[in-house]
Design a protein. Structure first.
Length: 211
């Protein structure tokens, strides 16, 4: 309302409004009111970041649903249409269910220029999943087994098994939805020696007995 009076060249009325209602506001608003009182002419509003903040943003108030319904009902009964228009244009109510907060809780979270922080301000996507394991194709070494069933067949050569794929690595790794994308973290490719060491470690881990 102060900025509207200044914009319409009613500087004296705007000054009286600020002097009358300014002291009744909370302490954390006094610094903003001092900055606002320096804007007394329409020309000073052009390109002013502080005044542009009030134009482009709504003041955020976290309020319970019951309290907001009581406030609107009171304003409608008293026919305060001007106050209702100000509330709709310049205030944003972040409603929540439950009992209303006390004065101490409000003062602990109340903001200055833009009011309280919205619930989305402190929310950012965090990738807490593990990075995708590199694809390691491993072939199990050929195993030699002697045929001990025939006692007289000592001269026979031992039979060799064909190399088969290790079942430990035959399963496809499932993609973790919480893991960061592959191109997000640029990690160097594993060397052949590192892959062999990783294969040995995984094979030894699979042979461990669960206690």
């Amino acid at each position: 309302m102060y900025l509207e009076l200044v914009y319409n060249n009613h500087s004296e009325q705007a000054k009286q409004l600020l002097e009358k209602y300014g002291p009744s506001l909370d302490d954390h608003h006094q610094t903003d009111l001092k900055r606002l009182s320096n804007v007394t002419k329409r020309e000073q509003m052009a390109g002013n970041e502080f005044t542009d903040t009030f134009k482009s943003n709504q003041f955020i108030i976290r309020i319970s649903r019951d309290t907001l319904s009581i406030l609107k009902r009171h304003l409608q009964e008293k026919k305060h249409s001007v106050l209702l228009n100000i509330i709709q244009e310049h205030l944003y109510f972040d409603m929540y269910e439950g009992t209303a907060r006390n004065k101490q809780q409000i003062e602990a979270t109340s903001g200055a220029t833009l009011g309280e922080a919205t619930r989305q301000d402190n929310k950012a996507k965090v990738y807490y999943g593990l990075l995708k394991e590199p694809d390691i194709q491993c072939v199990a070494p050929a195993e030699e087994e002697e045929d001990e069933a025939n006692a007289g067949g000592e001269g026979d050569k031992p039979k060799k098994k064909k190399a088969k794929k290790d079942p430990l690595f035959s399963k496809k790794t499932k993609s973790d939805p919480n893991a960061p994308p592959v191109g997000r973290m640029f990690l160097p490719n594993l060397k052949d020696a590192d892959k062999l060491e990783k294969v040995k470690a995984l094979r030894e881990a699979s042979k461990r007995s669960i206690l």
